[in-house]
Design a protein around this ligand. Structure first.
Ligand code: SAM
Length: 269
């Protein structure tokens, strides 16, 4: 599976849905409870996971603009709208070069999930400045925060985790990626622009019965670690083999740290 394939996004979606921080979600929905209609732009929508998670929690009529640079994911996203009160339009854009275009219409809420760890600080600051100038609230879910806990422990875990976190900082198309620093920096930038923040963990807890997700995550991590050259191929392969054996034996579980953030402008729109 590639990094953003529809198959991978479908595999992770139930984990994302369980992990989403309920206090952060409650803060998002509370701030729109008076609204009859909401215009939402979802950045890097993939197949529409955030729309599926959030739209049933909002009573208002919703117009979602779903933005991504992957046409195949976008067509699945647009087609996945299921509620009568929800309309969805797919917009194909490269968010690194066309962020202003993505945000040019009237917008009541900008959302994203699993994006902020891919972007650079320059991009994040630009986003925060655009939203702040128009007093637009921002819900960013599931930013990876660098925490990985593996059970049972393995002597190579620390070296692999260090390599994964180094790989997280490499360029993913937006300049040097924020990786594990993303959510904290989002909080800092939006706070400094006068937003009020609600944030909290949204960790994946991948149990021993969820072999497919574990195997996919572990092989993705082994590839990322190998790309950095921080470990030998022999050590990385041996680590992956031991981890796969633990999954097959029903002994393995994995926690992956994420953070959800809701930034609400203090001024009213
Ligand atoms: C980890 S996936 C998250 C997808 C979705 N938000 C979710 O939570 O399932 C990252 C998404 O960012 C999109 N993406 C990556 N680089 C992009 C860019 N430069 N412009 C627009 N979308 C981009 C990918 O196509 C992918 O859908």
């Amino acid at each position: 599976m590639s990094g953003f394939s529809a198959t991978w996004l479908a595999l992770r979606e139930p984990h994302d849905a369980r992990a989403r921080n309920t206090e952060v979600l409650a803060a998002v929905t509370a701030s729109f409870k008076q609204d009859k209609a909401i215009r939402i732009t979802d950045l890097a929508c993939g197949t529409g996971s955030t729309m599926r998670a959030l739209s049933p929690l909002l009573d208002a009529r919703q117009e979602w603009r779903l933005v991504d640079n992957d046409i195949a994911l976008l067509s699945k996203a647009e087609a996945s709208r299921s509620l009568e009160r929800v309309a969805a339009t797919a917009v194909a854009l490269d968010l690194n070069h066309s962020l202003d275009v993505a945000l040019e219409r009237p917008i009541d809420l900008v959302t994203t999930s699993a994006l902020l760890d891919l972007v650079s600080d320059t991009w994040l600051e630009r986003l925060a400045a655009i939203l702040s100038a128009r007093s637009i609230p921002f819900y960013a879910a599931l930013s990876y925060d660098g925490r990985i806990e593996l059970t049972p422990s393995d002597p190579c875990d620390a070296a692999i985790i260090a390599a994964i976190n180094a790989h997280q900082r490499t360029d993913k198309g937006f300049g040097p990626a924020l990786g594990p620093a993303a959510a904290n920096l989002a909080v800092t930038h939006f706070q400094s622009l006068g937003y009020s923040l609600v944030h909290g963990n949204s960790d994946w807890l991948i149990g021993s019965d969820d072999c497919e997700m574990q195997l996919e995550v572990l092989s993705g991590w082994a590839n990322a670690a190998a790309d950095t050259g921080m470990l030998t191929v022999t050590d990385t392969d041996a680590w992956l083999t031991r981890r796969r054996d633990a999954v097959a034996a029903g002994l393995s579980s994995i926690r992956v740290g994420h953070v959800d953030v809701f930034a609400a402008p203090i001024r009213t729109r």
